[in-house]
Design a protein around this ligand. Structure first.
Ligand code: BGC
Length: 426
């Protein structure tokens, strides 16, 4: 595959998922709760905070030339208004390490985790968050802006609405289960699980109230209201303005989680509505951005009744969605019809135990990217998710997305064949 000389091929991580001991964050608190929905706590994660040099060296030695990572707000501003210069110095060293290895740093300001204090102030549904985020973005840019060329303000800014849709589906299922439990008295299993779930929710609410002062904390990855959805994008705009005022040449964008939404006959209106919710209605907020970060993992199909399950016999990943690397090309082409700025694939990847399937996934996904580039679509880079196996949020360490395996007992790194394969695609 022939990519232009300056094309970026890299890998991505997020602070909380790899650094370890992110103790001032909202996630950390939620992971410790007795009735948490996390499979396990993040703990020391991959100790990337201390081992970033080795990780960046492995990335560079394999031939990759970009590293997308996030700086952690909960470290930089652990208490409201108290900024920690030592943490800025840490990230300055990470950026310098990238540069020393000829690797372009792509810096994300907010990748799902927030300082716990922000959530106590109402989190991602509170108007004040726009100004808090702007101030944090300005602080980071003032200190590090001279050393970076790309900033992603907010990772998967549309995640809250996607979660709201899933929560609605779950609610319907729970209502159905409640009905079933009632009508099928004696079928212990149904009733038991349902009661347990309800009980857990009650306890979790009380634990949240204690930690955050509200039973329903509005962390970034919570179901978003339409007002909260707009607020996230206004926070992006405020941060972008602050960055540009300091360093106009930094390329600024947001990243979105995007499915390849496919309509089977009769499913057109569902696919169209989903596209509107996932992408189109954000255009007024992002159309003047330098780039859009496209994050794609699979496709979703719609029929006359709405969303369809994966096609029968489809290969599934550890995440239970379809192995379908062609989705990326389809999404890039579709986005291009409506967004005029540059595109960077800020995440694309697959959780599989057999690394040869990862190689195959990357090969086919990159073929799609290359087709787009040949057709003049301004795709400027591709970052595989993820550089290493890491903390997959509520699922804990069970999902292996990485190009590098990490032995979490010794923290030893074991590069996989897929890392070398990706490095050879330049
Ligand atoms: C997120 C990552 C996550 C990945 C794999 C994206 O939604 O940005 O943090 O680990 O997908 O699920």
């Amino acid at each position: 595959m022939a990519f232009p000389k300056d094309f970026l091929i890299g890998a991505a991580t997020a602070a909380h998922q790899v650094e370890g001991n992110n103790t001032n964050s909202d996630y950390w608190l939620q992971e410790q709760m007795p009735h948490t929905s996390f499979a396990e706590p993040s703990g020391p994660a991959c100790d990337h905070y201390n081992r970033y040099e080795e990780d960046i060296r492995l990335l560079a030695d394999a031939g990759l030339n970009a590293y997308r990572f996030s700086v952690e707000w909960a470290r930089i501003e652990p208490e409201e208004g108290r900024f920690d210069e030592a943490e800025i110095e840490h990230y300055r060293r990470v950026i310098a390490c990238c540069r020393a290895h000829g690797v372009e740093p792509i810096v994300t300001l907010m990748h799902f985790t927030s300082p716990a204090w922000l959530i106590r102030k109402g989190g991602w549904e509170a108007e004040t968050t726009v100004e808090y985020f702007r101030r944090y973005a300005a602080y980071v840019t003032e200190r590090l802006g001279g050393e970076i060329s790309y900033i992603c303000t907010i990772n998967e800014a549309n995640m809250g609405l996607q979660l709201a849709a899933i929560a609605k589906r779950f609610q319907l299922m729970a209502q159905q289960a409640a009905k079933n439990a009632k009508s099928a008295e004696g079928t212990v299993q149904v009733g038991m699980n349902f009661e347990k779930m309800m009980e857990n929710m009650k306890f979790a609410a009380a634990e949240n109230a204690q930690a955050f002062g509200t039973p329903q904390p509005q962390i970034f990855v919570s179901s978003r209201t339409p007002e909260g959805d707009a607020l996230v994008f206004r926070a992006h705009q405020a941060a972008k303005a602050a960055i540009k005022a300091l360093y106009p040449d930094i390329k600024v964008g947001i990243t979105l989680s995007m499915h390849d939404l496919q309509a089977l006959p009769g499913g057109e209106s569902f696919a169209e509505a989903a596209w509107d919710e996932e992408f189109r209605h954000y255009l007024p907020y992002i159309q003047d951005d330098d780039f859009l970060g496209v994050q794609n993992y699979t496709r979703t199909q719609y029929g006359p009744e709405g969303q369809l399950p994966c096609p029968a016999g489809a290969e599934l990943t550890q995440m239970d969605y379809e192995f379908y690397p062609e989705a990326l090309e389809h999404v890039l082409r579709r986005v291009r019809e409506e967004f005029r700025g540059d595109l960077i694939v800020t995440e694309n990847g697959v959780a599989v135990s057999d690394d040869s399937r990862r190689v195959e996934f990357i090969r086919r996904a990159l073929q799609g990217v290359s087709n787009c580039v040949s057709d003049g679509i301004p795709v400027k880079g591709y970052c595989y998710w993820s550089l290493m196996d890491n903390f997959e949020w509520q699922k804990g360490y069970s999902m292996t997305f990485g190009l590098i395996a990490v032995d979490r007992a010794t923290m030893e790194r074991h590069p996989k064949e897929s890392l070398a394969f990706l490095g050879r695609q330049k």
